[in-house]
Design a protein around this ligand. Structure first.
Ligand code: SAH
Ligand code: SF4
Length: 346
């Protein structure tokens, strides 16, 4: 068994393939963790190199019409103060992000219908003039809406599948359908976006088999970016008593995703650093090649409370860029200066 699993890792490093049952065995066993992480690091180096892409994250509204069981922004949560950043202020934040050297901005929010298609087009087209890549992460929209954003200049879209288990998904995201989530990913691909997806690790009732399915799903849809993070229970949600996800398991999902999808972009997520003070550097050494530092300013950072203990909520964007650059240089890597699109190699 022992040598078999080392062979599985070796094989995945060369052929980018792994059987579901072996993925589950690797999730269960801790003996091969280091071998898995080192293999993922080699694949990362070989295919996407030592450059780390920074994406400046603008959390522009914490208002959401959805009610995801795990998320602090859920509509039913009456204990957070809500905010919306006006369009011109969002454009200003993007300009500052460019000043800090970021070549991509990620605009993320709850599902907030206040921002009409025309407003989004205005924001996107103005940011586009700054010659940077634009990523949107604003939830489920119609094909026509995605098309309008694309025409205005959006390049990428992040929408996690959260879990590929349809029953678990529909329990976790009441009123939402798994089919529609997949339709969104499909529409975005058809429209020529670089598509980012991902999952939460450690949702109540999530099996290791279903986590393996998640990775196979990312490969199946040929995702351009995969962001995964541990589920962190939020006291303002119905899942406050849940156990939450483990850092190690999330790291294994990162590493396996890199082995199977060697040329994609994989962020070292903020949730990873929330569970481990060196979480992002550890992820960067286990398959990741992207970090998304926050460029949201002031009080908004604290109010964008998806989960508790979010890092850097008291810091300024200027501090964050220096801090993350220092961490990247410390591990012998380099901050990329290009827009960081996926370069397909196989
Ligand atoms: N509303 C958009 C984007 C904002 S939410 C959307 O849902 O797509 C961004 C991500 O935060 C979600 O995809 C989810 O995976 C993550 N998230 C929400 N609550 C979380 C929690 N308690 N722990 C960890 N991640 C969480
Ligand atoms: Fe809204 Fe996204 Fe949170 Fe769900 S995960 S409640 S859609 S912000």
């Amino acid at each position: 068994m022992k040598d078999d699993l080392l062979d599985v890792i070796k094989n995945a490093e060369e052929l980018h393939y792994m059987e579901k049952k072996d993925m589950v065995s690797l999730f269960r066993e801790s003996k091969y963790d280091e071998a898995l992480f080192r293999a993922a690091d080699r694949v990362r180096k070989k295919y996407v190199g030592d450059k780390v892409h920074l994406r400046g994250l603008i959390e522009f509204s914490n208002i959401c019409k959805r009610n995801c069981m795990y998320c602090g922004l859920r509509h039913s949560n009456k204990s957070i103060e809500r905010y919306r950043i006006p369009p011109d202020k969002i454009i200003e934040l993007a300009k500052k992000a460019v000043g800090y050297g970021y070549r991509t901005v990620v605009m993320q929010s709850g599902e907030d219908d206040y921002y009409t298609v025309d407003m989004m087009k205005y924001i996107i087209s103005n940011i586009k003039k700054m010659d940077i890549a634009i990523t949107l992460s604003i939830g489920e929209k119609t094909f026509e809406e995605y098309e309008a954003y694309k025409e205005a200049g959006a390049d990428r879209y992040l929408i996690r599948i959260e879990t590929t288990d349809p029953e678990l998904y529909e329990n976790m995201d009441p009123g939402m359908s798994h089919e529609n989530r997949k339709r969104c990913l499909d529409d975005l691909k058809k429209l020529g976006y670089e598509v980012g997806t991902g999952c939460l690790i450690g949702l109540p009732g999530q099996s290791l088999e279903s986590l393996a399915d998640d990775i196979l799903f990312f490969k199946d849809i040929d995702a351009d970016m995969v962001g995964v993070g541990p589920f962190i229970p939020n006291a303002d949600t119905p899942l406050k008593e849940a156990e939450g996800g483990s850092f190690k398991l999330a790291l294994k999902v990162v590493a396996m995703t890199r082995l199977l999808m060697p040329d994609i972009n994989i962020p070292a997520t903020t949730a990873m650093e929330t569970l481990n003070p060196n979480g992002r550097t550890i992820a960067l050494n286990s398959g990741s090649n992207v970090v998304m530092p926050n460029v949201t300013e002031g009080i908004y950072r604290k109010l964008y409370a998806l989960y508790p203990g979010k890092i850097c909520t008291g810091d300024t964007p200027a501090h964050c860029v220096n801090c993350i650059t220092g961490k990247i240089v410390m591990i012998g890597r380099e901050v990329a200066s290009d827009k960081g699109f996926r370069v397909k190699s196989i």
